[in-house]
Design a protein around this ligand. Structure first.
Ligand code: NOJ
Length: 490
């Protein structure tokens, strides 16, 4: 969100997002997921909220929010908000009151203990416990010490957070992404976990009570009708563990992020096993998975693939051809790499500035950012990879994303088709999609040399990662590091 500036101060803001809505609609997305825009001391890019029911003054106000929402809806898109439910900022009035004394009425809104246990915080933040000298106890923080964890076992916390949800739902938003959704409830006995050997507790925290909390959130969302979304960030590695957060009968999250491709190195076996594992855990239970190649927490896809644009484009073809809901991180559709951010300009204590670099809108520096200052440098090749330049070239990465997203709209089999025949052979990943006799095949060549494939006679290329041969019969061979979607001509 902070990537879209409107007032020229170099910081993205709500009006700035509003100016790019035509671009986003033309890209062909259905919904926009906004990262936190609430008042915040910005110790963690806004994931440290100090007021849940307002807009940070540097990003706009509630009027600009309402206008943005109505303009998003006007273009037929949806708006999903980030709901930072696990923790507040240490500057939130609730925490300021809680830390005042052991007898504060809000003491139990957070998690206080006389002794720490051995849990480690995420984001390389050391112990998950922070000593508070004034009140003489430790408080729990799964992430940075400036992000004290809320106590979701306290019914006043639940009521206050449901009230926050209703505040935004009443304004007409289309749903929430629940940040760190699997972290909400903690082990009531606070048992040591020596076996974790430094792995953050947030990576394994899996409590029955969290499911109860999520069912409560789902009830709030469902109170607004069946078309509001409860999406959650559940960053477990195992597909079944992620799937369990949809609930026994689908009564918890509607969708949870699946980060298996984002974590997969460039290897067809890794892609094939990630896809198969998700398919088994989700389709078998009638659940709908999601797919993610990049986000604000990880190096951009292309940077993970040694800077290879070809690989990033092929991975995009694979992801957008899978069964499930894909999420695209800003700039992924342009093939951006991480910016190189000098030490003096870094703002994130966990080193995630490079992937949060601004989108170059226009060719010329400062690429449509009218700001006096740019907090973070632009990604490499920003002139070539700018929206302005790529919009003019159908062969660009932007052109590729637009074509596939348009195809997803027009071809039911691409959105709803059954996924079958997932396999990897000699460096090539293959899978098929099938719906009512309509068959597609997806082939991605992870080798750098051309390869033969099992498909040839009767197949036509509908999408090619390098744009070559689209619309023509498939010759049966695929270029190195390319991916194609093929349509059976029957
Ligand atoms: C996950 C968010 O994606 C990340 O950016 C943030 O640092 C942590 N949750 C803590 O809120």
């Amino acid at each position: 969100m902070r990537q879209y500036d409107s007032d020229g101060n170099g910081i993205g803001d709500l009006n700035g997002v509003g100016r790019q809505l035509d671009y986003l609609a033309e890209l062909g997305i259905d919904a926009i997921l906004l990262s936190p825009f609430y008042p915040s001391p910005l110790a963690d890019e806004g994931y440290d909220v100090s007021d849940y029911k307002a807009v940070a003054p540097e990003l706009g106000d509630i009027i600009s929010f309402d206008r943005l929402l109505s303009e998003v809806h006007h273009r037929g898109m949806r708006l999903i908000l980030d709901f930072v439910a696990n923790h507040t900022s240490d500057q939130h009035p609730w925490f300021e009151e809680s830390r005042q004394s052991r007898s504060s009425p809000k003491r139990d809104w957070y998690i206080w203990r006389d002794e720490p246990n051995d849990w480690q915080a995420a984001l390389s933040a050391g112990s998950a416990w922070q000593w508070d000298a004034a009140s003489g106890q430790y408080y729990l923080h799964f992430f940075f010490p400036s992000q004290p964890d809320l106590n979701w076992r306290n019914s006043d916390v639940v009521a206050a957070m449901h009230d926050v949800m209703r505040f935004w739902l009443d304004r007409g938003i289309d749903g929430f992404r629940v940040d760190a959704a699997h972290c909400l409830a903690k082990d009531v006995e606070f048992r040591d976990r020596p076996e974790l050997q430094g792995v953050p507790i947030a990576a394994v925290n899996d409590q029955e009570y969290t499911h109860y909390v999520l069912r409560g959130m789902r009830d709030v969302v469902s109170g607004y009708g069946s078309d509001r979304l409860l999406l959650g960030e559940v960053f477990f590695n195992r597909a079944e563990d992620v799937a369990s957060y949809y609930g026994q009968q689908g009564e918890e999250l509607h969708l949870a992020f699946n980060f298996s491709l984002l974590r997969a190195e460039w290897a067809p076996t890794r892609f094939a096993s990630a896809i198969t594992e998700i398919d088994l855990a989700f389709s078998a239970r009638g659940l709908w998975p999601t797919w993610v190649l990049s986000n604000h927490d990880r190096p951009r896809t292309r940077s993970r693939y040694d800077g290879s644009l070809q690989r990033a484009r092929s991975a995009a073809v694979v992801m957008l051809a899978l069964r499930g809901t894909p999420f695209i991180y800003q700039g992924e559709e342009l093939g951006l790499e991480d910016a190189v951010v000098p030490q003096a300009l870094r703002v994130d204590p966990h080193g995630r500035d490079g992937q949060r670099s601004p989108v170059p809108w226009t060719r010329e520096y400062p690429h449509g950012w009218r700001g006096k200052r740019h907090c973070i440098p632009f990604p490499p090749d920003s002139e070539l990879l700018s929206v302005e330049k790529e919009s003019m070239s159908p062969g660009s990465t932007l052109g590729l994303y637009r074509r596939i997203l348009a195809l997803r709209r027009s071809l039911d089999v691409l959105r709803q088709g059954h996924l079958q025949a997932v396999r990897s052979m000699q460096g090539v990943l293959l899978f098929e999609r099938l719906l009512e006799g309509k068959l597609l095949a997806v082939v991605a060549n992870f080798n750098n040399l051309e390869c033969h494939t099992p498909y040839s006679e009767g197949w036509r290329v509908v999408i090619a990662s390098d744009g070559v041969g689209e619309g023509a019969p498939f010759p049966g061979r695929i270029r190195g590091e390319a991916a194609v979607i093929l349509e059976h001509e029957s």
